[in-house]
Ligand binder design. Sequence first.
Ligand code: BGP
Length: 474
Amino acid sequence: MTTLNFPDDFWWGAATSGPQTEGRFKKTHANIFDYEFEIKPEQYWHGIGPDTASNFYNDYKNDIALMKAAGLNSVRTSIQWTRLIDDLENVTVNPDGVRFYNAVIDEFLAQGIRPVLNLHHFDVPVELIHQYGGWASKHVVDLFVKFAEKCFELFSDRVTDWFTHNEPMVVVEGGYLYQFHYPDVVDGKKAVQVAYNLQLASSKVIAAFRRLNKNPNGKVGVILNLTPNYPATKSAADLAAAHFADLWQNRLFMDASVKGEFPEELVEILIKDEVLWESTPDELAIIRENTIDYLGVNFYHPNRAQAPKYSSDSLAVDWLPNKYFEAYDKRGVRMNIDKGWEIYPKALYDIAKNIQENYGNIAWFVSENGMGVSREERYYDSETNQIKDDYRIQFIKEHLYYVHKVIAEGSNCFGYHLWTPIDCFSWRNSYRNRYGLISVDIRRQIKTLKKSAYFFKDLADTSRLELHESEMEK
Ligand code: BGP
């Protein structure tokens, strides 16, 4: 048995988002999920949409008390643009939205929990897609900046920790390449513009934060889903594929957010392929001058890449980034079979080393990590009235082993947030995979601490983790 000690002021917390918890109650606008559920409810697991979610809008006090009971000292959620703003063009605020987010922030603070607020968690107002083409439009970028300005004016007196986007690459992939989020477009050139516009939005919001933030301790960052792209083999073709995947999936947002510029090599490829984004010198200056204070890293599973089997240099195929790489499913690896994701904790170490060595050792935290499991009621234990989620505890421990190791080697990591405090709505998967420390019976809205919540409370209270040999070096 080994004992690992973490820093005293470490963020022990969990992350969620507005659209996945609040429910649609009293919202003036529909985000893409609200809308899609109206028109295609069958796309959602068991026909369950975001309209009630985990009822955080009504039940936030009870939920925050449960988060406290699970030991969380910091919690990330997001402000829904579709709740806070009434008139999206003229940016007037909705009084009930302001009341609600004030009440949530004050309740977190009253419970001694640090509220961490994100501004965009995939939940663009659907009418901005219908009117302007969503993130493909720079007008939408500017409307988002105005929404962010309102957030800073209203809440930055009490909230010190802000993030511009959650996983912008998922917006690009889900909405414009691989059809897992509305508007389900497949258009590589548009995807490139959307990626650029999301970065521009993040940088402009950071500029606004520098002007409007009311709190001397205030900081702003972005949350990126990063993973090494491990090549399938050491062949030159696979190495080149993994290299491009890294440029596209990781370095595009990472370099622009931390260093203020896009990777030159990626820009050259996009120019050669005639799909580069439209930008202006003024915009590029904004990106250069408004880099992040700190970084959130979401990590669930590693990516592996191989050379594409078929060349898409054919005239019949429009440009897609997959011209250069294809996902590689390695055999014989550990899997979370419910979600279909590989479990490989060491990747978190590799991510951290990359941040340490290539990004000036910028301050960062694990902003999401977690294990989604289906039919979790299988693990219900009537004696303790708990879901005995030992697999989740194991998953957390194995990842924390590497977080500890890399901190000991000088990495500037200041926290670990699990996805998620309370089981929440997960887009088209709805409530299929449960990730929470706290379970929710979605019909009766009864919430109960799982075994992992008690484990997490002990961890947060002591900043100490006991590990067996078998839980290390996975
Ligand atoms: C991340 C998102 C979260 C959450 C999580 C779990 O990509 O930031 O919003 O959904 O993944 O994944 P899933 O919901 O697909 O199971």
